[in-house]
Design a protein around this ligand. Structure first.
Ligand code: GCB
Length: 637
């Protein structure tokens, strides 16, 4: 047992591992901002010093176009009610609501527990997609932009313990060049405003994750960061605690049985665990770090953090977890179900993990935005590896040019992804890493999906973001998913990153129905990236739309057999390359998209249907993946 300042603690000091928007690196400035009510990224958790009230349920709901000027000023006069958590779009039969552009309002009454006097009282929104303004009675108490990261608002001065208040939340699903993902609103001939965006999944909006009222003590634990490593049988947990108020810090690390295996004091230090049990893919083990703030030897706050001891490293063309080569099998996913849209649902979460495990998947990518925190907690507990992706999807005007990939105007320009987009992207990275930095399941950050990395301006755009992400987290590799137009000849940013993640559709968008030619292209493409980079390479998307029940003895696109043959062709190619470190099929399940001529009731590249029934390919993947345990198929290299 040890608590000291180790060399690794230096990385906290110099690495700016602080959780949220910090233009200024200084801790004092950070704490001052906290005192001024800056939100914490710590997930609200009930402890002996913190209490929570869940505000999920059915809220009054209305559109800005149908309510009076300042609807938050009074009880909403509306016949509509909406479920929370859920995207609002598919709840109603009214098309105007589904494709509404502008603000919608959610409202309910909230009672503050009697015992909370003397406590700070906060609201927590696990997600409001994509922007929110929050009102307590008539007062605007806070706002947030970014649809997939949580935010807290301190409302202590606006409410009273034992009292009640009217909570109104304005939510906007609009996308612009000031949001991530970006988009733009077009006004048609009829005057109708339409949201345009450059990704295929449907732009669900609303309060898609839980809402909480919770209490924290005045003097409290505001943030905790852990970094783990091990040498032989000794595990090391470096920790750093940020406090609000003056207090002593005490930490205790408990094993899964609750026994204390290490303890220490001070706002930062290093704990040693003898005979450590590592967190491994497929064999997770979690310790719990109990962090306490003490004033005059009295515990004024306590907060628990789950800790999995594991390391992640890229060495040459290998991706190592705990020093051992890891081969990713799994999926790109979406948070997407019927009626709820992107609403978090624990039943679907449990079932999705069951199906992933059933098919032999050991990993997934949170394509194309950060998923609910409960999903990452679940992955930690179940040993599923996560590539954690930002919501930066659609930074690519090339998609407008169709398969030619020719942008109508430069992507990285004020016409599209300019300074405001960049600032939103940077803020989003701060919030993502601030929220997810302690999850052992998260082994890599993916900071964009299919950006125009082949276009001029890409380097100027991405270099500062890579620097920021590495400052916020020096321990995890970085990647971005590569679009097909960004080739090994014209990509301008791969050297900034650690892993080459390819999204490829030979045999679908190119050479549809001709897997022989597709195989040649794929082989040459992967070889090109290997020759150029010497980095680990994986496929983060490959897939074919498939109509369940459609069959053919020939290579017919959309049939279940074609999806199986398509995947087998890709796997044959992957297995020829020792540098290949993983395969994540697009997509885990069918999902909702915008209307489009090449989408029949949504994107049908799912291995499972939208209601999670297996297509033939599910059984084929299961045959390939089960029993691999993170090793490369046929790894005789
Ligand atoms: C992609 C995108 C993904 C799409 C997919 C497709 O490259 O990253 O969001 O859904 O292709 O099926 O077209």
């Amino acid at each position: 047992m040890e608590s000291s300042s180790s060399p690794r603690c230096e990385q906290f000091r110099h690495g700016n591992r602080l959780p949220i928007a910090l233009e200024n690196d200084s801790l004092d400035a950070y704490i001052a901002e906290k005192r001024a009510g800056r939100p914490s990224m710590l997930k609200p958790t009930p402890t002996p010093t913190r209490e929570m009230v869940n505000l999920d349920g059915v809220w009054r709901f209305g559109l800005d176009s149908r309510l009076n000027d300042q609807p938050w000023k009074a009880r909403l006069d509306t016949p509509l009610e909406a479920a929370v958590p859920a995207s609002y779009n598919d709840l109603f039969t009214d098309a105007e609501i589904r494709d509404h552009v502008g603000w919608v309002y959610y409202q309910r009454e909230v009672r503050v527990p009697r015992g909370w006097s003397g406590e700070r009282i906060l609201l927590r929104f696990d997600a409001a997609t994509h922007a929110a303004r929050v009102y307590v009675d008539r007062a605007l108490v806070g706002e947030h932009v970014g649809g997939y990261t949580p935010f807290d608002i301190d409302i202590t001065d606006n409410v009273a313990a034992g009292g009640a208040f009217r909570l109104t939340v304005a939510v906007s699903g609009d996308l612009s060049n000031e949001t991530i993902p970006p988009g733009k609103i077009e006004v048609g001939l009829t005057g109708k405003r339409t949201q345009v965006y450059f990704h295929d999944f449907y732009n669900y909006a609303g309060l898609a994750r839980s809402v909480w009222l919770y209490s924290v003590p005045e003097t409290r634990v505001e943030d905790v960061t852990v970094v783990t490593t091990f040498t032989g049988a000794t595990g090391v947990v470096d920790y750093r605690v940020v406090l609000v108020g003056d207090a002593e810090v005490r930490v205790r690390l408990r094993d899964a049985s609750g026994a204390v295996v290490a303890e220490g004091s001070g706002a930062e230090g290093s704990l040693e665990i003898s005979d450590v049990v590592l967190w491994k893919p497929g064999a997770p083990y979690l310790y719990e770090l109990e962090v306490e703030a003490l004033v005059a030897d009295v515990v004024v706050d306590s907060y628990p953090v789950s800790v999995g001891v594991r390391t992640v490293e890229v060495r040459g063309h290998e991706f190592l977890i705990n020093g051992e080569p890891f081969y990713f099998t799994g999926y790109g996913k979406h948070e997407d179900t019927a009626v709820r849209g992107k609403g978090h649902d624990n039943a679907y979460m449990v079932h999705d993990f069951q199906l992933m495990e059933w098919s032999g998947a050991n990993s997934f990518r949170t394509s194309h935005y950060p998923y609910a925190e409960d999903v990452l907690d679940f992955a930690d507990r179940h040993g599923i590896v996560v590539i954690d992706e930002t919501a930066a999807v659609g930074l690519n005007m090339g998609v407008v040019g169709g398969l030619s990939g020719t942008p109508p105007f430069p992507t990285f320009s004020e016409q599209y992804a300019g300074a405001a987009t960049h600032a939103a992207h940077a803020q989003h990275i701060r919030e993502l890493i601030g929220r997810d930095k302690n999850h052992p399941s998260v082994v890599m950050w993916c900071i964009a999906n299919e950006p125009a990395s082949n276009e001029d301006g890409a380097r100027e755009y991405f270099e500062p973001l890579v620097k920021l992400a590495r400052e916020l987290d020096p321990t995890r590799p970085l990647t971005y998913s590569l679009v097909m137009f960004a080739t090994f000849q014209n990509d301008q940013i791969i050297d900034l990153f650690d892993v080459v993640s390819m999204n490829r559709y030979y045999g679908w968008y190119i050479n549809a129905g001709d897997l022989t030619t597709a195989e040649m292209y794929l082989q040459g493409d992967i070889q090109g990236w290997i020759d150029r980079t010497g980095k680990p390479i994986m496929m983060t998307e490959y897939g074919a739309d498939t109509m369940p029940g459609l069959h053919s003895v020939w290579d017919q696109v959309w049939t279940e057999e074609y999806q199986v043959d398509f995947l087998e062709m890709y796997h044959r190619v992957f297995d020829r390359f020792p540098q290949f470190v993983g395969e994540q099929v697009w997509n885990f399940s069918d999902f909702a998209t915008t209307n489009g001529l090449h989408r029949v009731g949504g994107n049908k590249k799912g291995i499972f249907t939208r209601d999670r029934r297996p297509k033939s390919a599910a059984f084929a993947l299961r045959r390939r993946w089960r029993g691999l345990n993170g090793r490369k198929p046929g790894a005789e290299f």
